[in-house]
Ligand binder design. Sequence first.
Ligand code: SF4
Length: 136
Amino acid sequence: MRQELICITCPMGCRLVAERTGEGELVVSGNRCPRGAAYAREELFAPKRTVTATCRVSRPCAGDRSCAAAETASQALDAPRRVPVRTSAAFPKDRVPELLARLYELEVELPVERGAVVLADALGTGIDVLATRSLK
Ligand code: SF4
């Protein structure tokens, strides 16, 4: 097996070549530093990606007329209906569709602060999903 990759760990963008030896060992060349070899191993055996998405938001209702008033046409049209989110760390690539499905069914109650955890321990990975914008 021979695979060419571009290391995206830093702006140098080294062109890597990963080859598996007869003994099953992975040999990486073209990297200017050890992080390139680590990147190639991860990319080939357990690729991960930072995931960004948006989630629906809900506004708390006080159960009185002010709630109904808040839903007047102008306010409802001007208010953001989704909050942008991202994972707190790179997420297993093969589980990204499952995570996105979970995020698209999630409803985040306002107000929410930038950096707040909107989904803890996403899919049991230990990775949180954070709001990237404050919304009231
Ligand atoms: S191998 Fe090292 S120097 Fe090259 S892009 Fe990766 S991190 Fe940067």
